[in-house]
Design a protein around this ligand. Structure first.
Ligand code: TYM
Length: 340
């Protein structure tokens, strides 16, 4: 049987990239799961702390994320939905993994390197000052490996930006198995789901992100039809005939990708259909399909986010189930390392 695990940080209302790259796939996986598959989806509160957070905002985003996961169609009877920070085993296992992870490996993580770019000395590009970056940011991928292996997950559906983290996770699983000469952990696989990388609407050379300063760069689950249309109108494209060309025409290609993902079509078919049309037609149609895709979950989210007691209950039940699984793994790991 498969154990499917994934996570999302509670750092705000999810955007189109999170939905098309991850969340919608989680729902599809749940729908198509075999009876003996186990599914777990965690809200990674501890990961969120690696960047500065306003406590009140984090707290409401943390609760909202449960509402998001339910509103898109995850079913707490079928999937274990829980807060990572409700289960202390995550940090316990992460500590053990920290002690097995060479610094050099973490220095090679592209997510860490992209943090270093912001720490570059303005006068001398080769001089990098990491002294003010927090340790949590550095060991972020180790905690992520603990999230996954705590449940002996075999499959991890994430966007391609998480590929390297997953490789580290496999390396750690392998290291533990070799060191203790026992098959403690499976080597989890990146799940090949048709998850496109969605780019910023304002700067299509970078990915759509929750933290980019410009609000028009992303469409959020809570945006209504008018807002979606105004952001779509402001999307950066070009003036050549419409065609699929990710390298030279990222803006136009991004819109085609979004359209194809929302309608479950092949992106080349979509590109062909629009080859004679104008960018304004494409934008109008993208705004419409995005609005259509988000209509139900958006309404459901607005309804559910007020049901605070119910949301708390769902989180508690999920955490209880998660802890009872991870308890077994921790006992096993502690026995191997000598902490018994
Ligand atoms: P987070 O919250 O940054 O992103 C959640 C998911 O959304 C995907 N994603 C995108 N996909 C396509 N286009 C985009 N522009 C885009 N932006 C984000 C991400 O690939 C991700 O799947 N480290 C994880 C959270 C995590 C986790 C885990 C994941 C913590 N523990 C264990 C899997 C397993 C993250 O950064 O999520």
């Amino acid at each position: 049987p498969r154990v499917i695990f994934s996570g999302i940080q509670p750092t705000g209302i999810p955007h189109l990239g999170n939905l098309l790259g991850a969340l919608n796939n989680w729902v599809k996986l749940q729908q198509n799961a075999r009876a003996d598959d186990q599914l777990l989806f965690c809200i990674a509160g501890w990961h969120a702390l690696t960047l500065p957070q306003d406590p009140a905002e984090l707290s409401s985003a943390r609760r909202d994320m449960i509402a998001v996961l339910l509103s898109i169609g995850l079913d707490p009877e079928r999937s274990i939905i829980f807060h990572q920070d409700d289960n202390p085993h995550h940090t316990s296992l992460a500590w053990i993994f920290n002690c097995l992870t060479p610094m050099g490996k973490l220095r090679r993580m592209t997510t860490w390197k992209s943090r270093l770019v912001t720490a570059r000395n303005a006068n001398d590009e080769s001089e990098v000052d990491e002294s003010h970056l927090n340790v949590g940011l550095f060991t972020y991928p180790v905690l992520q490996a603990a999230d996954i292996l705590l449940y002996k997950a075999t499959h991890v559906p994430v966007g391609e930006d998480q590929q390297q983290h997953l490789e580290l996770c496999r390396d750690l699983a392998d290291a533990v198995n070799r060191t203790y000469k026992s098959r403690v952990f499976p080597l989890p696989q990146h799940m090949i789901t048709p998850s496109p990388r969605i780019l910023s609407l304002r700067d299509p050379t970078s990915k759509m992100s929750k933290s980019a300063p410009e609000a028009r760069s992303r469409i959020r689950l809570t945006d209504d039809a008018d807002k979606i249309w105004s952001k779509m109108k402001a999307a950066v494209t070009d003036s050549q005939p419409i065609a699929y060309d990710p390298i030279n025409r990222p803006g136009t290609t991004n819109l085609l990708t979004i359209l194809a993902a929302c309608t479950d079509e092949d992106v080349n078919e979509v590109a062909k259909r629009y080859s004679e049309k104008r960018h304004s037609d494409l934008k109008k149609d993208v705004a419409e399909v995005v609005n259509e895709m988000m209509r139900k979950p958006r309404a459901e989210f607005e309804r559910l986010r007020k049901e605070t007691e119910y949301l708390t209950k769902v989180g508690e039940v999920g955490a209880e189930k998660a802890r009872s699984i991870s308890e077994r793994t921790m006992r096993e790991v502690r026995r191997h390392v000598g902490l018994f």
